[in-house]
Ligand binder design. Structure first.
Ligand code: 4AD
Ligand code: MG
Length: 432
């Protein structure tokens, strides 16, 4: 007898097949029992008429003993059924319980989010969580495809690092054989070195920030894709970002529509996400914020409410550009026409999801970089290898970092980033 994935059953109508998986629901109506079986590729309803079983069920005595999440092997005839989400049902001819699941903690009722996060190792089995993780996987695939197809070389930076890339306030320190070291906040500085070797590069991996912020957008461990391009200016950098993001959204729409529908996502909002995206400067943003009664002083950083208010003025993601250098990173290139602002951009997602990409043109001039390190009270000694890059064939270059979980949260339309990653790490949680 052939073993099939549930996803493939529709191609085997009329055949007797074997499937394996976990029982998610069970109900009886008189002499017929209905079991929903899930195997990770899909779900199917198995219809059990005990009188029709060709062999005695194995591994259990009465149907009442079958608990949700019991592991089952089912043999059955595949029957087409228009009403079934998978298009087929199974008429069971034989069944075996492979292992029981007594007292499975997650029941088909409302559970609080703390309870669910505490049981995340089991919660990932729910159909909604599985849909989110499939969308996440597709987004990763789309990012890699886009960058690989456009001549970017994947080259990953270290995770154990000697110094801060994005400022010292959110570093996780570790003891590296008696020397201080840190978990990487961003691979950017290394990506700049690699861009000088390979032209266009990207990294894709976990980054760590000891963020004390308990918001729906912050994780302490999150995944970032960081492209970096030699001979690329600020303008071209924005074009790469909008093209990458349009590709991601359209690719997910093309391949994961069923998942998005299960998540009750508004697809029309996503369908509009096609490059080019609108751009506004920080100065424009202050004017716009004033007009909605959210005034900021020039030089003040935006908070989440400001980002949400600005994003609500557009129906696509919007670039916010030319920030005061005061609250931005030391490596950002000042605007040659106006040195108090930097050639940096944040890409804000619609619908209150906030900043999903941060990027900039980098300082390529040696003296300017040394000056900016000093102005930021940073020790050039700690960055000597990075400064070296400006000594040997330095050229204008740019790059950006896209936060995977924020993109997943936005595309799936989720309340909180904790559901976007298999095992979220937040201010209060490193378990399970
Ligand atoms: O804006 P950020 O801090 O930029 C950098 O780290 C640059 N060095 C990247 C680069 O140019 N190579 O972070 C980039 C993105 C943010 O836009 C956001 O999407 C995400 O990373 N991010 C977080 N996501 C989840 N939890 C957090 N605590 C995050 N912090 C940043
Ligand atoms: Mg940022």
């Amino acid at each position: 007898m052939a073993m099939y994935s549930i996803r493939d059953l529709a191609g085997h109508v009329g055949e007797e097949v074997d499937v394996r998986g976990w029982m998610t629901h069970f109900r009886s109506s008189g002499k017929i029992h209905f079991m929903i079986l899930r195997d990770g590729t899909g779900s199917v309803q198995a219809v059990i008429k005990p009188a029709n079983l060709a062999s005695q069920p194995v591994g259990f005595d009465t149907f009442e003993q079958l608990e949700q999440e019991s592991a089952m092997a089912i043999r059955g005839l595949v029957r087409a059924d228009q009403r079934a989400p998978s298009g087929v049902e199974l008429d069971v001819t034989g069944m075996e319980r492979l292992s029981p699941a007594p007292g499975y903690p997650i029941q088909p009722k409302e559970h609080g989010v703390d309870f669910l996060m505490e049981h995340r190792h089991l919660w990932v089995r729910s159909s909604r969580q599985a849909a989110i993780l499939r969308v996440r996987a597709r987004i990763i695939h789309a990012i890699r495809n886009f960058l690989d197809d456009h001549g970017f070389v994947v080259a990953d930076p270290p995770i154990l690092t000697p110094a801060a890339a994005e400022g010292t306030t959110t570093l996780f320190g570790i003891d590296y054989f008696g020397e201080p070291a840190f978990l990487s906040q961003s691979g950017q500085l290394y990506m700049e070195a690699l861009a000088m070797a390979l032209g266009r590069v990207y990294s894709f991996g976990p980054t760590f920030r000891a963020e004390k912020s308990k918001t729906r957008r912050h994780l302490t461990e999150f995944w970032m894709v960081e492209p970096e391009m030699a001979f690329c200016d600020f303008e071209e950098n924005l074009v790469w970002q909008e093209n990458l993001l349009s590709h991601i959204v359209q690719d997910v729409l093309a391949h994961n529509r069923a998942d998005l529908i299960q998540l009750e996502r508004n697809l029309q909002v996503l369908e509009q996400v096609v490059a080019p995206f609108p751009r506004i400067t920080y100065d424009d943003a202050l004017d716009r914020l004033k007009s909605v009664d959210m005034p900021l002083e020039w030089g003040e950083d935006l908070g989440a409410p400001h980002e949400t208010a600005l994003a609500a003025m557009f129906d696509k993601p919007v670039f916010l550009t030319h920030f005061p250098k005061g609250f931005k990173a030391f490596y950002m290139q000042p605007d040659p026409n106006r040195p108090d602002v930097v050639l940096a951009a944040d890409l804000l997602a619609p619908e209150g999801y906030g900043e999903i990409i941060g990027g900039s043109q980098r300082i390529h001039d040696l003296d300017l970089l040394l000056k900016r390190l000093e102005e930021n009270n940073m020790d050039p000694q700690d960055y000597s290898w990075y400064v070296d890059l400006r000594r040997y064939g330095t050229v204008p270059h740019s790059g950006f970092g896209l936060g995977l979980e924020r993109v997943v949260a936005w595309i799936c339309g989720l309340e909180h980033v904790r559901e976007t990653i298999p095992f979220a790490r937040t201010l209060n949680r490193v378990w399970p």
